[in-house]
Write a protein that binds this ligand. Structure first.
Ligand code: URA
Length: 218
């Protein structure tokens, strides 16, 4: 939450500067309750739609909040929106999204609308580059709040970026995929990102086994 607080403070200072202020009294250090995010997904979505806390907001078409059943026991977390997601405002609707949908509907045998899908960053990184640590950490409180509100039992981390920012662990995805991790309040299963699977179809077998493990846990 510190990053979000700092980004909000910085934004306020820029606003004051634009209004002509050359000096502001010392900003008080963060109090436990100063930065709170809304306690409803709808209000949080509105906040994300208007977010300008990092440079990605300047190049996005639409922020991609996430979608699905807010009462689901299962969440999928990807890296960040691509071109199709940026245009539509919905997560995983491009080619990688079609594959993810097949994994959910054909292997788990549940409609995609029954689970929840979100990303580490809500706005598209230009040219689909990996989000910078600054961008990811600034955006992360939104995802953490989504997780806190949805309270899934299982989260599938799609790829290294999702795994890294959800756990803080920098190990490569090939090292950790398929290994269930006990997190605070949920189980995390890292697996390959669908974009990786499109480029490396031979890895689909492992992703299939990961989905079977999810099915078993459900
Ligand atoms: N890749 C992601 O990580 N997320 C999306 O929403 C789409 C593609």
């Amino acid at each position: 939450m510190n990053r979000l607080y700092n980004a909000l403070q910085l934004k306020r200072l820029y606003q004051l500067k634009q209004m002509g202020f050359a000096y502001t009294p010392l900003v008080q250090p963060k109090q436990a309750t100063t930065t709170t995010l809304p306690d409803s997904l709808d209000a949080l979505r509105e906040m994300v739609k208007q977010c300008q806390l990092c440079a990605l907001s300047k190049t996005r078409t639409k922020a991609v909040f996430g979608e699905g059943n807010p009462h689901t026991p299962l969440m999928f977390v990807g890296e960040g929106p691509g071109a199709s997601e940026d245009l539509s405002g919905r997560p995983f609707v491009g080619r990688a999204g079609e594959l993810l949908t097949r994994m959910i509907e054909n292997v788990l045998e549940i409609p995609r609308s029954e689970i929840y899908i979100a990303n580490i960053v809500k706005c598209r990184p230009p040219n689909n580059r990996v989000p910078t640590p600054e961008e990811a950490h600034t955006c992360l409180p939104y995802l953490q709040k989504q997780i806190a509100l949805i309270r899934p039992r299982i989260i599938v981390a799609l790829g290294a970026t999702a795994y890294h920012y959800l756990t803080g662990d920098k190990k490569g995805i090939t090292k950790v995929r398929g290994r269930l991790i006990e997190m605070d309040g949920y189980k995390l299963l890292p697996t390959y990102h669908p974009s990786y699977l499109l480029r490396n179809p031979s890895a689909k077998k492992e992703a299939y086994h990961d989905m079977l493990l999810v099915k078993e846990l459900l």
